[in-house]
Design a protein around this ligand. Structure first.
Ligand SMILES: [Zn+2]
Length: 170
C-alpha cells in the first residue's frame, strides 16, 4: 500500500476508536500518522524483494521502536502520553500488517526469517484506497466540523435575534 494509506489508516482508527471518548490533539494525530508511514520513511524501497530485506519492516525494529516510545512517554518534558505512544506503536505495526496483505513482508528480518503475506490487496487498489482514505479524512477532520460550527453559529444568531431557527431555510 502507499504512504497515504499507511499514514491515514491509523489516524482514522485513532479518531474513531479511542478518540471518540477522549479526542486526540492535532499534534497527536500527526505523530500517529508519521509512525504509520515510518517503516517506509526509515527504509524506502520500490520492489517487493527490497521490502523483504527491509530492516524497518520486521518485528525486531518494531519492538525496538516500541521500547523507545515507552521510554520517551516517561519523560514529562516531551509530553507524549502512554496512550499516544501506544497508538504510535500500533500505527507502525499496522503498516507492517498492511504490507503483509499487499505483497508480504519478512516479519523476523533481520534477526531471522518468517515471510508471510500475499497480494490479497491488489496493487491496482492502492491508489483508490489512498483516495478513499483522503476523502474520509477530509470529511471527518474538515467538512463535518465546519458544518457543525456553521450550524452552531446559525443557532446562536437565531437565539440572539429571538427567532427560532427554521430548519427549512437552510
Ligand atoms: Zn512499507
Amino acid at each position: 500500500m502507499d504512504i497515504f494509506t499507511h499514514a491515514l489508516a491509523p489516524v482514522l482508527i485513532a479518531r474513531n476508536t479511542l478518540g471518540r471518548r477522549r479526542p486526540f490533539s492535532g499534534k497527536e494525530f500527526i505523530l500517529i500518522g508519521i509512525f504509520g508511514a515510518l517503516p517506509d520513511i526509515l527504509n524506502p524501497h520500490l520492489s517487493l524483494s527490497a521490502r523483504m530485506h527491509s530492516w524497518s519492516h520486521g518485528l525486531p525494529c518494531w519492538a525496538g521502536i516500541t521500547l523507545l516510545l515507552l521510554m520517551v512517554s516517561r519523560i514529562p518534558k516531551i509530553q507524549v502520553s502512554l496512550r499516544v505512544a501506544a497508538f504510535m506503536s500500533f500505527a507502525y505495526l499496522l503498516h507492517m500488517a498492511c504490507d503483509s496483505i499487499s505483497g508480504g513482508i519478512d516479519w523476523l528480518y533481520p534477526a531471522g526469517s518468517f515471510v508471510w503475506g500475499d497480494y490479497w490487496v491488489d496493487p491496482t487498489l492502492w491508489v483508490p484506497l489512498d483516495i478513499l482514505l483522503i476523502l474520509i479524512a477530509y470529511l471527518q477532520f474538515r467538512l463535518l466540523p465546519m458544518r457543525r460550527k456553521l450550524a452552531a453559529a446559525k443557532r446562536k444568531t437565531a437565539e440572539s435575534n429571538g427567532t427560532p431557527l427554521d430548519r427549512h431555510q437552510d
